[in-house]
Design a binder for this molecule. Structure first.
Ligand code: SF4
Ligand code: SF4
Length: 156
Protein backbone atom coordinates (compact mmCIF):
# COMPACT_ATOMS: atom_id res chain seq x y z
CA UNK A 1 0.00 0.00 0.00
CA UNK A 2 2.76 2.39 1.00
CA UNK A 3 4.78 1.63 -2.12
CA UNK A 4 1.68 2.03 -4.35
CA UNK A 5 1.01 5.47 -2.86
CA UNK A 6 4.64 6.43 -3.41
CA UNK A 7 4.46 5.27 -7.03
CA UNK A 8 1.20 7.12 -7.69
CA UNK A 9 2.65 10.30 -6.13
CA UNK A 10 5.80 10.02 -8.26
CA UNK A 11 3.71 9.58 -11.44
CA UNK A 12 1.54 12.61 -10.59
CA UNK A 13 4.64 14.74 -9.93
CA UNK A 14 6.12 13.56 -13.24
CA UNK A 15 2.90 14.52 -15.09
CA UNK A 16 2.84 17.95 -13.45
CA UNK A 17 6.50 18.57 -14.30
CA UNK A 18 5.74 17.50 -17.87
CA UNK A 19 3.10 20.23 -18.13
CA UNK A 20 5.52 22.78 -16.63
CA UNK A 21 8.37 21.79 -18.95
CA UNK A 22 6.00 21.83 -21.94
CA UNK A 23 5.13 25.47 -21.21
CA UNK A 24 8.81 26.41 -20.94
CA UNK A 25 9.16 25.90 -24.70
CA UNK A 26 6.16 28.09 -25.56
CA UNK A 27 6.25 31.82 -26.28
CA UNK A 28 4.70 33.88 -23.48
CA UNK A 29 1.16 35.12 -24.15
CA UNK A 30 1.80 38.32 -22.20
CA UNK A 31 3.80 41.33 -23.46
CA UNK A 32 6.23 43.56 -21.59
CA UNK A 33 3.99 46.64 -21.74
CA UNK A 34 4.91 49.53 -21.84
CA UNK A 35 8.37 48.63 -23.25
CA UNK A 36 6.70 46.35 -25.82
CA UNK A 37 3.97 47.88 -27.98
CA UNK A 38 0.55 46.25 -28.01
CA UNK A 39 -0.79 45.77 -31.57
CA UNK A 40 -3.80 48.01 -32.30
CA UNK A 41 -6.48 47.76 -34.94
CA UNK A 42 -6.23 50.48 -37.65
CA UNK A 43 -9.63 51.87 -36.63
CA UNK A 44 -8.76 51.99 -32.92
CA UNK A 45 -10.10 55.21 -31.36
CA UNK A 46 -7.80 56.73 -28.77
CA UNK A 47 -6.76 60.21 -27.71
CA UNK A 48 -7.73 63.06 -30.05
CA UNK A 49 -5.33 64.90 -32.31
CA UNK A 50 -5.77 68.10 -34.30
CA UNK A 51 -4.02 67.78 -37.60
CA UNK A 52 -2.18 70.24 -39.81
CA UNK A 53 -1.60 70.40 -43.56
CA UNK A 54 1.87 69.53 -44.84
CA UNK A 55 2.76 73.24 -44.99
CA UNK A 56 2.10 73.49 -41.25
CA UNK A 57 -1.23 75.31 -41.54
CA UNK A 58 -3.94 74.17 -39.15
CA UNK A 59 -6.72 72.16 -40.79
CA UNK A 60 -9.39 73.29 -38.32
CA UNK A 61 -11.55 76.12 -39.66
CA UNK A 62 -13.47 76.65 -36.43
CA UNK A 63 -16.83 75.56 -37.88
CA UNK A 64 -17.88 73.90 -34.59
CA UNK A 65 -19.56 70.95 -36.33
CA UNK A 66 -17.60 68.58 -34.08
CA UNK A 67 -18.88 70.40 -31.00
CA UNK A 68 -22.46 70.12 -32.26
CA UNK A 69 -22.04 66.43 -33.12
CA UNK A 70 -20.55 65.40 -29.79
CA UNK A 71 -23.21 63.53 -27.77
CA UNK A 72 -21.57 64.24 -24.41
CA UNK A 73 -20.59 67.91 -24.76
CA UNK A 74 -16.91 67.01 -24.51
CA UNK A 75 -15.70 69.52 -27.12
CA UNK A 76 -15.49 73.29 -26.71
CA UNK A 77 -14.57 75.47 -29.70
CA UNK A 78 -14.26 79.23 -30.02
CA UNK A 79 -13.63 80.57 -33.51
CA UNK A 80 -11.88 83.77 -34.61
CA UNK A 81 -11.35 85.52 -37.96
CA UNK A 82 -8.13 84.69 -39.75
CA UNK A 83 -5.62 87.49 -40.33
CA UNK A 84 -5.46 87.60 -44.19
CA UNK A 85 -1.77 88.54 -44.03
CA UNK A 86 -0.91 85.66 -41.72
CA UNK A 87 -3.73 83.06 -41.72
CA UNK A 88 -3.76 80.20 -39.22
CA UNK A 89 -6.01 78.01 -41.37
CA UNK A 90 -7.08 78.07 -45.05
CA UNK A 91 -10.64 79.15 -44.16
CA UNK A 92 -12.06 82.52 -43.11
CA UNK A 93 -11.91 81.42 -39.50
CA UNK A 94 -9.81 79.23 -37.26
CA UNK A 95 -10.24 77.77 -33.78
CA UNK A 96 -8.83 80.24 -31.28
CA UNK A 97 -9.79 77.84 -28.48
CA UNK A 98 -10.24 74.09 -28.94
CA UNK A 99 -10.63 71.81 -25.95
CA UNK A 100 -11.56 68.15 -25.47
CA UNK A 101 -12.67 66.97 -22.04
CA UNK A 102 -11.51 63.36 -21.80
CA UNK A 103 -13.62 62.77 -18.69
CA UNK A 104 -16.78 63.32 -20.78
CA UNK A 105 -15.63 61.66 -23.99
CA UNK A 106 -16.96 58.19 -24.82
CA UNK A 107 -14.65 57.80 -27.87
CA UNK A 108 -17.57 57.35 -30.26
CA UNK A 109 -15.79 59.07 -33.17
CA UNK A 110 -18.76 61.35 -34.04
CA UNK A 111 -16.50 64.45 -33.95
CA UNK A 112 -14.18 62.83 -36.47
CA UNK A 113 -17.13 61.91 -38.70
CA UNK A 114 -18.57 65.44 -38.54
CA UNK A 115 -15.38 67.31 -39.40
CA UNK A 116 -15.43 68.48 -43.05
CA UNK A 117 -11.65 68.88 -43.29
CA UNK A 118 -10.37 65.86 -41.27
CA UNK A 119 -8.90 68.17 -38.66
CA UNK A 120 -9.92 66.26 -35.54
CA UNK A 121 -9.01 62.59 -35.48
CA UNK A 122 -8.93 59.95 -32.80
CA UNK A 123 -5.35 58.73 -32.66
CA UNK A 124 -3.79 55.59 -31.26
CA UNK A 125 -2.65 56.88 -27.86
CA UNK A 126 -4.61 55.17 -25.09
CA UNK A 127 -2.36 55.94 -22.11
CA UNK A 128 -4.41 58.79 -20.60
CA UNK A 129 -4.01 58.30 -16.85
CA UNK A 130 -3.50 61.50 -14.86
CA UNK A 131 -3.56 62.76 -11.29
CA UNK A 132 -5.51 66.02 -11.64
CA UNK A 133 -8.99 66.39 -13.14
CA UNK A 134 -7.98 69.56 -15.01
CA UNK A 135 -5.25 67.58 -16.83
CA UNK A 136 -7.95 65.57 -18.58
CA UNK A 137 -8.98 68.65 -20.56
CA UNK A 138 -6.80 68.64 -23.66
CA UNK A 139 -5.91 72.11 -24.90
CA UNK A 140 -5.44 73.09 -28.52
CA UNK A 141 -1.66 73.13 -28.10
CA UNK A 142 -1.69 69.58 -26.73
CA UNK A 143 -4.03 68.42 -29.48
CA UNK A 144 -1.87 69.99 -32.19
CA UNK A 145 1.33 68.46 -30.84
CA UNK A 146 0.65 64.84 -29.94
CA UNK A 147 3.58 62.78 -28.66
CA UNK A 148 3.42 60.23 -31.44
CA UNK A 149 1.18 61.68 -34.16
CA UNK A 150 -1.12 59.29 -35.92
CA UNK A 151 -1.18 60.73 -39.42
CA UNK A 152 -2.90 57.76 -41.02
CA UNK A 153 -6.36 58.67 -42.29
CA UNK A 154 -8.82 56.19 -40.83
CA UNK A 155 -9.81 53.52 -43.36
CA UNK A 156 -13.49 53.53 -44.34
S1 SF4 B 1 -15.27 60.88 -29.62
FE1 SF4 B 1 -17.50 61.21 -29.33
S2 SF4 B 1 -17.72 61.75 -27.18
FE2 SF4 B 1 -15.54 61.99 -27.66
S3 SF4 B 1 -15.30 64.14 -28.20
FE3 SF4 B 1 -15.68 63.02 -30.12
S4 SF4 B 1 -17.90 63.11 -30.45
FE4 SF4 B 1 -17.50 63.67 -28.29
S1 SF4 C 1 -12.24 70.14 -35.89
FE1 SF4 C 1 -13.36 70.10 -37.81
S2 SF4 C 1 -15.53 70.09 -37.25
FE2 SF4 C 1 -14.37 70.78 -35.44
S3 SF4 C 1 -14.34 73.02 -35.55
FE3 SF4 C 1 -12.48 72.27 -36.55
S4 SF4 C 1 -13.02 72.10 -38.73
FE4 SF4 C 1 -14.95 72.24 -37.59
Amino acid sequence: MGFNNFLKGAIDIGKAMGVTLGHLRRRPVTVEYPTEAVPLYPRFRGKHELRRYENGMERCIGCMLCEAACPTGAIYVEAAENDPANPTSPGERYASIYEVNLLRCVFCGDCEEACPVEAIVLGHDFAMANYERRDFILTKQELLNPGEPNIVIRPE
